[in-house]
Design a protein around this ligand. Structure first.
Ligand SMILES: Cc1cc2nc3c(=O)[nH]c(=O)nc-3n(C[C@H](O)[C@H](O)[C@H](O)COP(=O)(O)O)c2cc1C
Length: 158
């Protein structure tokens, strides 16, 4: 990841979506998603994290505008999920997931209860939900809880 010339402003995209996969399909698909994403995100200087509750995904992505837009375009067309609902499309100055091209965490009841608050397909997501989800991702990044949840959450070390 090229970080020497880090942009002054980072584009942030946080969304929630609904999985279209059965339980049997989900495990290999997640492995594929994380593996492909790590390479592509790294190449585009995008970092972030993916949460999956088996019913829903939530993903936080940050990086240069072009990088986030490129990843977003692929994600919007992906048939493994639907009702991709933007919770936050913002500008930040500091990366939350510095060092992670894509951190991953599996399900927890707490996380599911927060993701289930999002009305999928709703164009006007309440600001409070955006704040709550951003806080959740922030906590993950801060405590590195992602490191110990799931087999493919290893930090890249960059
Ligand atoms: C929930 C979900 C999250 C994804 N996250 C990413 C991601 O962060 N980066 C990425 O490159 N692809 C991600 N993908 C996979 C993309 O949709 C796509 O399959 C991949 O980028 C390859 O696209 P391409 O063949 O157009 O290059 C995700 C897919 C799903 C279903």
């Amino acid at each position: 990841m090229q970080r020497q010339n880090e942009a002054k402003h980072l584009r942030v995209w946080l969304y929630v979506s609904e999985s279209c996969m059965t339980d049997a399909e989900a495990d290999p698909a997640i492995e594929d998603i994380v593996q492909v994403s790590r390479e592509k995100n790294c190449h585009l200087a995008v970092s972030g994290a993916l949460l999956f509750t088996r019913q829903r995904f939530a993903q936080f992505l940050e990086g240069p505008e072009e990088g986030v837009n490129a990843v977003k375009a692929s994600i919007l067309c992906d048939k493994r999920h639907q009702l991709v609902t933007t919770v936050c499309w913002a500008i930040r100055k500091v990366r939350l997931f510095k060092g992670w091209s894509l951190a991953y965490s599996g399900a927890s009841q707490y996380m599911a209860s927060i993701l289930n608050q999002v009305d999928l397909g709703d164009k006007a997501i309440p600001h409070k939900v955006c704040e709550e989800l951003t806080y959740l991702f922030g906590e993950f990044a801060r405590t590195e809880i992602l490191d110990c949840q799931g087999p493919i959450s290893k930090r890249d070390g960059r």
